[in-house]
Design a binder for this molecule. Structure first.
Ligand code: ADP
Ligand code: NA
Length: 328
């Protein structure tokens, strides 16, 4: 039988971090045999906020290198840049004419982001971000989309737009389902366990970057916030230690309960030391492979172009179908 399709993407902005690795990349790699995967570098999404073009160009290659270095295999999965498949922008326009101003106005992520910088000066692209995301998914008729908690509302909008289009114009799009990934789903910041580890954080010590050198990783984990008390246990009144245990469990594929047992009678220092080594062990090979790939940017670009060629082929049918059904 035919494999179900999965669409996933990361923006080439900021530094990819341990949260992206445990919550997204590591899980994506595991999906490769069971599903037909589209792993996209969503550069059109990145420009919804101002970017320095030189930095963006480098970040695009960096994300591609990290995808491959993490174990994404371009022979098995389609790895490509969103901006190289014009169907994303084109379908987004068609869907713009299906989406409603009111429903976009209710998107909490826009409200949060616009609140920080002021809605008046936010780009229209930032406002329209969820429609572009819907286009990303519907263009490939993806059945499943791995999403974190923060993207749930956007995926719900994607489903609404697919259903509305299908109702108005006849069966066209697959209505995608969220794929809930349990492991590493919510890695919290090292300096503040109440907020997610984020690549847009200005605080370097709040995240471990996938490309951090081993000694930098060790230092960041050594300085990570801890809680009062001294027992290594996961509990609501110990959010910092709980986060470190969750990271440790996701990194080593063990359970938090096992780790709690192992650290009985030992302190936070021991936990941090061992966790740092586990993270270094997981990330150092990824870093080395990524740096080697970045040393050959032409090959990396060629590989992305080959992926875009495949993606264009797959996108062609859904786009043509949608266009025709709308009378275009
Ligand atoms: P983008 O803004 O490019 O979507 P994010 O960094 O928000 O990038 O997310 C990219 C992927 O990494 C998503 O699948 C998201 O769920 C996952 N991710 C991001 N931050 C974390 C985190 N702190 N813990 C777990 N997963 C995360
Ligand atoms: Na995001």
């Amino acid at each position: 039988s035919k494999k179900q399709r999965v669409f996933s993407g990361i923006q080439p902005s900021g530094n990819l971090h341990l949260g992206n690795y445990l919550g997204a990349l590591k899980n994506w790699v595991a999906l490769q045999d069971e599903y037909e995967n589209y792993f996209c570098i969503v550069d059109l999404h990145a420009i919804t906020v101002p970017q320095d073009p030189k930095v963006l160009r480098q970040k695009i290659r960096e994300v591609a290198a990290i995808y491959l270095a993490s174990g994404i295999d371009p022979e098995k999965s389609v790895v490509f840049r969103q901006s190289r498949v014009s169907g994303h922008a084109e379908l987004a326009w068609l869907l713009n004419c299906v989406a409603r101003f009111g429903e976009l106005s209710r998107m909490t992520q826009f409200k949060d982001k616009a609140q920080k910088g002021g809605a008046e000066s936010a780009s229209v692209g930032l406002y329209d971000y969820p429609v572009l995301m819907a286009a990303d998914i519907l263009l490939y008729n993806a059945h499943l989309v791995p999403v974190g908690e923060d993207q749930r509302q956007h995926l719900e909008l994607t489903r609404t737009l697919a259903r509305r289009f299908n109702n108005q114009h006849g069966e066209t799009f697959v209505v995608p389902e969220p794929m809930i990934l349990e492991t590493g789903a919510r890695v919290m910041a090292l300096d503040d366990p109440t907020s997610k580890m984020s690549k847009s954080s200005p605080v370097q010590g709040s995240y471990v970057a996938i490309l951090d050198e081993p000694d930098v990783i060790r230092r960041k984990i050594r300085r990570a916030k801890t809680d009062s008390g001294s027992e290594v246990t996961a509990s609501p009144d110990k959010p910092a230690i709980t986060n470190l245990l969750d990271i440790y469990a996701a990194t080593t594929s063990r359970t938090v309960a096992e780790l709690e047992g192992e650290y009985e009678g030992r302190g936070y220092g021991d936990l941090k030391k061992d966790l740092a080594e586990a993270v270094v062990e997981a990330l150092a090979p990824v870093r080395e492979r990524a740096l080697a790939l970045l040393d050959a940017p032409k090959e990396l670009d060629d590989l992305l172009e080959a992926g875009a060629e495949k993606a264009r082929g797959a996108a062609h049918r859904a786009l043509g179908d949608a266009r025709t059904k709308m009378g275009l």
